[in-house]
Design a protein around this ligand. Structure first.
Ligand SMILES: NC(=O)c1ccc[n+]([C@@H]2O[C@H](COP(=O)([O-])OP(=O)(O)OC[C@H]3O[C@@H](n4cnc5c(N)ncnc54)[C@H](OP(=O)(O)O)[C@@H]3O)[C@@H](O)[C@H]2O)c1
Length: 290
């Protein structure tokens, strides 16, 4: 089985590690490089996985997943490139995978051995519970086979879509920041539920399960339309949430009364502005190849 090195054992690194083990990969096929010693010991104890320095972890791995903060990427690439330069023979081709927000494939390509395949991934925080969604963007030298193998790695922690790298700032604004938007929506719904007489714990339970159940209905309808995970657009996909909303809105009923107030309060415009602001911020934070 291909060996996977995870560089950075923070929340994303641990989510990948536990998701891969859950999906049937063996701990002996994985290695983690984590510079914070206490954290490295915790991962080694909890997952019975080997830990090593960045250079040693990367050396024999087919997939090298860089999951450190964007500001630590340069150092990690330096260690990997030094190890590659020291190695007398390059036995097998390595695929470099980066989840670091804003760091481009061109940046990796410029700092790794010439022609290195790189795949950039934008996951989101629910990957820590196996319910995330990750957008994959291949660099110049990644092959379709490598893309599908990396897709299988991220499939262990949620859904996967493939997009051109130019769309990753937009992805960040939708699914990367999305959990924050939904938490705010739930928070508002809970406060509103308390205001109309529900105990907070009951309102929280109702709101959270309603969000999860609505998402499940929507995903099932997308699945039925045969479009799940394709990164495709089309009339059925576009209208699916609107169709579901129509289905749950009886004429003159309670949902219609509530929705009218959400529209009056400018929910759509606020969401549109939020996504544009998040995309602009993502562009500002980006690290390019220069
Ligand atoms: N969290 C999310 O929801 C999310 C979503 C999308 C993308 N991302 C991206 O995923 C990446 C990881 O995020 P995270 O939340 O997992 O970050 P994190 O919790 O800070 O984890 C990174 C870990 O890597 C370690 N590290 C840093 N430099 C290292 C080096 N040279 N050698 C070995 N270990 C090193 C850090 O150690 P120290 O503690 O000593 O620094 C830290 O434990 C980030 O680039 C972020 O942009 C995160």
């Amino acid at each position: 089985m291909a060996r996977i090195a995870i560089i950075g054992g923070g929340s994303i690194g641990e989510a990948l590690l536990s998701g891969l083990l859950r999906s049937g990969r063996q701990a002996r096929d994985m290695v983690v490089a984590e510079r914070f010693q206490e954290r490295a010991s915790y991962l080694a104890d909890k997952y019975a996985v080997q830990t090593a320095s960045v250079a040693d972890a990367a050396e024999n791995a087919t997939y090298v997943i860089v999951a450190v903060k964007p500001t630590d990427v340069a150092q990690v690439i330096g260690d990997i490139a030094d190890a590659a330069a020291r190695a007398e023979t390059n036995t097998a081709e390595q695929v470099f995978v980066s989840v670091a927000a804003g760091v481009t494939t061109a940046y990796y390509e410029a700092n790794l051995p010439a022609g290195s395949p790189v795949i950039r991934v934008m996951p989101n925080s629910p990957i820590v519970v196996g319910g995330g969604v990750s957008a994959l963007a291949p660099g110049r030298f990644a092959t379709p086979e490598q893309l599908s193998e990396v897709s299988a790695i991220f499939d262990a922690v949620g859904g996967v879509v493939t997009v051109p790298e130019s769309q990753l700032d937009a992805v960040t604004a939708v699914s990367g920041s999305g959990p924050g938007y939904f938490f705010l929506m739930v928070e508002a719904l809970v406060d509103a539920g308390v205001a109309v007489g529900l105990p907070r714990a009951v309102a929280t339970d109702l709101a959270a399960q309603t969000m999860a159940g609505s998402a499940a209905m929507l995903l099932e309808s997308i699945d039925r339309a045969g479009l799940a995970g394709a990164g495709t657009f089309g009339p059925v996909m576009d209208t699916s949430p609107a169709q579901l909303r129509a289905t749950v809105t009886s004429p003159g009923g309670t949902t219609a009364a509530g929705l009218r107030e959400l529209e009056r309060g400018g929910l759509r415009a606020a969401v549109a502005d939020a996504v544009v602001a998040a995309k602009t911020r993502s562009e500002q934070l980006g690290i390019t190849s220069e």
